[in-house]
Design a protein around this ligand. Structure first.
Ligand code: FAD
Length: 415
């Protein structure tokens, strides 16, 4: 039996490394087991790589349309292998800095697959480690389509698609959640023909209905073809992919990306062990994993109903709190401000979107934003919601001009 640790953590993603860093900062002895790379899905296969590729895609798309604002770029081309290389460099840089932080905090890292034997023992590489407390932060893996296997060449998962250095001429993306929507935006910006198949009756089914509708309009403007309310029943791969839909339609493309959600790893739970992050199967977001880790170690709790959602790309989409379809008629007020009304949006040539606020009894209960900078804007509303700051009090705040934040200020006056 190895030395006794105060805390043993299995999994070095956002949940695991945050728990490790915070526990070590409290002077506890920490051992962290990671079978792959620290940073987990978020840093190596999720948030960071996709947002880096998305940044290249947005820049390319913006420059393509530069002529209308006086920017002429002749022979604008994309070297997708270089885009991926750049993404790899960003990931590597962040991973090295995370490894250094863990080292500086004196967290012991074991680079192996670990097995939790009971609430006080972890086994890895044939050795047993005794820990006073064990946290399982083992994450999640791509969900499979019923009856359809990934072949990792033509039928791709969100892991496979990250390291391909060539762009497909055409691609079917199954699922229009965050991952499907972001990849649809990436491929479309780089010029691939994109088809999105969504089994629900609207795109981005978790969003407010007006956000879903507007996203469909945005997709249409980018020539992304949408198939709603139908499922993929079969895929035949023979050079190209023939994608059969339940509604009888058939789409022929070079590749298929299945972005149909993720399932928690290690579903068998051991009593006395804390399961946090994607592994606990609640909300599969990095910031949720991080907040859970901080709650676990520092006892700083948070309201699970106030976890923001963000979909990146042009324009960004962000929301928090209640959706309009979840509120009963006559019990709420609604304000919808078009982004095109803001001076800053005209300056930036980024006029698509809206800020929608929903209030009940003088307090904001939901915010739904489609706009450049939506990922930051949402936090202004979130801080007010979390702290019970009412609409009238918010009207006292002085917002700078010209900004997108002014849109939030303007929207308050219709509540
Ligand atoms: C394409 C994509 C884009 C995403 N974009 C966003 C985004 O923009 N914003 C956002 O908030 N979320 C995003 N997510 C979700 C986010 O990545 C996850 O919610 C987050 O990574 C969960 O953190 P975690 O620590 O719970 O698990 P993970 O990040 O999955 O980490 C778990 C770690 O545990 C390790 N592990 C598992 N089993 C063992 C074992 N037995 N022994 C040792 N190690 C083990 C794994 O190797 C892994 O490193 C995205 C996900 C994907 C796939």
């Amino acid at each position: 039996m190895e030395k006794i640790y105060d805390i043993g953590i299995v999994g070095g993603g956002p949940a695991g490394y945050t728990a490790a860093l915070h526990a070590a900062a409290r002077g506890l002895s920490v051992i962290l087991f990671e079978k792959d790379c620290v940073g987990g899905v978020c840093l190596n296969k999720g948030c960071i790589p996709t947002k880096t590729i998305l940044h290249s895609a947005e820049l390319f798309e913006e420059l393509k349309c530069g002529e209308s604002i006086g920017i002429f770029t002749s022979d604008l081309t994309v070297d997708f292998a270089k885009v991926i290389e750049h993404k790899n460099q960003v990931v590597l840089k962040l991973r090295k800095s995370l490894e250094l932080m863990l080292k500086n905090r004196k967290v012991t890292i074991v680079n192996s697959k670990a097995k939790i034997l009971d609430s006080g023992t972890i086994e890895a590489d044939g050795k047993r480690y005794e820990c006073s407390k064990i946290i399982a932060a083992v994450g999640s893996e791509p969900g499979k389509l019923c009856g359809i296997e990934f072949d990792h060449k033509s039928i791709l998962s969100s892991d496979d698609v990250l390291n391909r250095t060539t762009l497909p001429k055409s691609i079917v993306i199954i699922g229009s959640g965050a991952i499907g929507t972001e990849w649809a935006r990436i491929f479309s910006a780089f010029g691939s023909e994109v088809f999105v198949v969504e089994s629900a009756d609207c795109l981005l089914p978790a969003a407010d209905f007006e956000v879903s509708k507007r996203l469909e309009r945005i997709f249409k403007s980018k020539k992304i073809k949408v198939y709603k309310g139908t499922k993929v029943s079969n895929i035949e791969v023979n050079g190209s992919c023939k994608v059969y839909l339940e509604n009888g339609e058939v789409i022929e493309t070079e590749k298929v990306l299945a972005a149909v959600g993720r399932k928690p790893c290690d579903t068998e739970k051991i009593e006395g062990v804390s399961y946090i992050g994607d592994a606990c199967g609640e909300i599969q977001l990095a910031h949720f994993a991080i907040k859970q880790a901080i709650s676990e170690i520092d006892g700083i709790f948070f309201d699970k109903k106030l976890v923001p959602s963000v979909i990146y790309g042009n324009p960004e989409i962000a929301w928090v709190g209640k959706r309009e379809q979840d509120l009963e008629d006559g019990t709420y007020k609604k304000s919808l401000l078009l982004i095109s009304a803001l001076g800053k949006s005209q300056c930036d040539n980024s006029v698509d979107g809206f800020i929608k606020l929903l209030s009940q009894d003088g307090k904001i209960v939901g915010a739904h934003i489609i706009s450049k900078e939506a990922s930051s804007l949402i936090h202004q509303v979130l801080i007010a919601m979390q702290n019970n700051i009412g609409v009238e009090k918010l009207k006292e705040v002085c917002f700078a001009h010209p900004t997108y934040s002014e849109g939030i200020f303007e929207a308050l006056f219709n509540l």
